[in-house]
Design a protein around this ligand. Structure first.
Ligand code: ARG
Length: 458
């Protein structure tokens, strides 16, 4: 049998394979609430403009609300023959209220309908992303508060570079996730235009009121070009782009947690709640959640590339290729939400081993720059000469197998006679971090300033 929704010109129904490749109901049923909300707004607008009678609008509204509860109660029967969520709902509406159901699709197409539903969904998802980011940022602010004075090694090339504070390191992630949250807010602003009323691509001859539907659906205004409206998936691409950037941040954090929690580093202890054991090695406590977050980045980035590739080369306006947008976004959204929640949990539960961090912070000649800076400040050396002299001090310490602070004053004076015992004040890690009071630097006083700045913006 030919399709009851569009089968007028068809003598027979689709091949089974055609049905399988064509149907999107298995994934776009996720859009049911947005689809019904959009239809309710469209019907109200059709009544207000006199395009359908208010009795018909009442019937349609009642039917749509019935369908909403049927779906939410798990009583709705989805059908693949009806392709997608739009036609599943419309067909059920016809069963419930008869031929009046057919008036709902006046001045509308599935092309603007799907653009609307999907945009509403992505907008709502972005609200959840923003909240999840806020929770993660808060977890880091709390840790930064507790550890504004906790020294740890700062790294370049994963080698000890200069001592920093753990609070400062936490605040680096606050900045990263704070930028992600700004991207979310901007994306919501960009997509805040209502597609409904663009119809198939050319607009409609009916005297519709797009301002009314835009307002009813919580959009700032209607879109301005009907062709672009049904062709555009920038809102989905923006979601996937910001999700990918955020996932990259999460992955870098995950990697650090994996490294920090190794017995070799021992900077943190993961809570039992966010780690797993080994089925063979009883001593192990594995950072599985961190590793899975790191891996989800691959899925999320993959979704971005998939949708970019789906959209590339599509002529205006709608092509069925665009139906493939949803699974990418749904999968990425689920992965991102889960990753953000797992990270917020891991970070707040994580036990910081300040003793281990301090020990590592002092090793590897991490205060060499402080020694060079002292020579510049106190002995008037040009920085390059001070750098060279400090290099000799490091070589000497290496030879004696000791730390810089363990060299004797006599030894240091053979390198530069201007050195006094005052040098020892800057060779400790605490003195080193306390001295870095430049704006945005690692000194605890600076870190506290940045924490306060963020607290005011949370
Ligand atoms: N299921 C379709 C999609 O997701 C709805 C739009 C169908 N439009 C069309 N002209 N075939 O894109």
């Amino acid at each position: 049998a030919s399709n009851q929704m569009w089968g007028g010109r068809f003598a027979s129904g689709p091949d089974a394979i055609m049905e399988e490749i064509n149907a999107s109901i298995d994934f776009d049923r996720k859009l049911y609430a947005q689809d019904i909300r959009g239809s309710l707004a469209h019907a109200a607008m059709l009544a207000k403009t006199g395009i359908v009678s208010s009795e018909d609008c009442d019937k349609i509204t009642h039917g749509l609300n019935t369908i909403l509860s049927e779906i939410e109660d798990g009583k709705f029967v989805f059908s693949r023959q009806l392709e997608d969520i739009h036609m599943n709902i419309e067909s059920r509406l016809a069963e419930l209220i008869g031929p009046t159901a057919g008036r709902l699709h006046t001045a509308r197409s599935r092309n603007d309908q799907v653009a609307l539903d999907f945009r509403l969904w992505v907008k709502e998802e972005l609200g959840r992303t923003e909240a999840a980011l806020t929770r993660l940022i808060t977890a880091f602010l709390d840790k930064a508060d507790q550890h504004a004075d906790t020294v740890m090694p700062g790294f370049t090339h994963l080698q000890s570079a200069q001592p920093v504070t753990f609070g400062h390191h936490c605040m680096a992630y606050v900045e990263m996730f704070g930028r992600d949250r700004q991207r979310v807010r901007h994306a919501i602003e960009h997509m805040d235009e209502s597609p409904i009323g663009a119809a198939a691509l050319a607009g409609t001859g009916f005297a519709i009121d797009r301002e009314m539907t835009a307002k009813a659906l919580g959009f700032r205004e209607p879109t301005r070009n009907s062709i672009d409206t049904v062709s555009d998936r920038d809102f989905a691409l923006e979601f996937l782009s910001l999700a990918s950037i955020c996932a990259v941040h999460l992955s870098r954090l995950a990697e650090e947690i994996v490294i920090w929690s190794t017995p070799q580093f021992g900077f943190v202890r993961l809570s039992d709640a966010f780690s797993t054991g080994s089925s063979i090695m009883p001593q192990k406590k594995n950072p599985d959640a961190a590793e899975l977050v790191r891996a989800k980045t691959g899925r999320i980035n993959g979704s971005l590339i998939a949708l970019l590739t789906i959209m590339k080369g599509l002529p205006l306006a709608y092509s069925k290729d665009m139906q493939e947008d949803k699974e990418q976004v749904f999968d990425a959204a689920e992965s991102l939400e889960l990753s953000l929640a797992a990270m917020a949990g891991m970070v707040s539960d994580m036990e910081i081993r300040a003793d281990q961090m301090r020990k590592a912070a002092g090793s590897g000649y991490s205060t060499a720059t402080d020694l060079a800076d002292w020579l510049v400040r106190e002995a008037g050396l040009p920085f390059r000469d001070a750098h060279h002299a400090t290099g000799r001090a490091v070589a000497m310490a290496e030879e004696k197998q000791c730390e810089l602070a363990e060299l004797s004053l006599q030894d240091l004076q053979t390198i530069n006679p201007a050195i006094t015992s005052g040098i020892f004040d800057v060779l400790t890690v605490d003195a080193s971090v306390a001295s870095r009071q430049s704006f945005g630097g690692t000194a605890p006083s600076q870190v506290r300033k940045q924490i306060a700045w963020w607290r005011a913006r949370i």
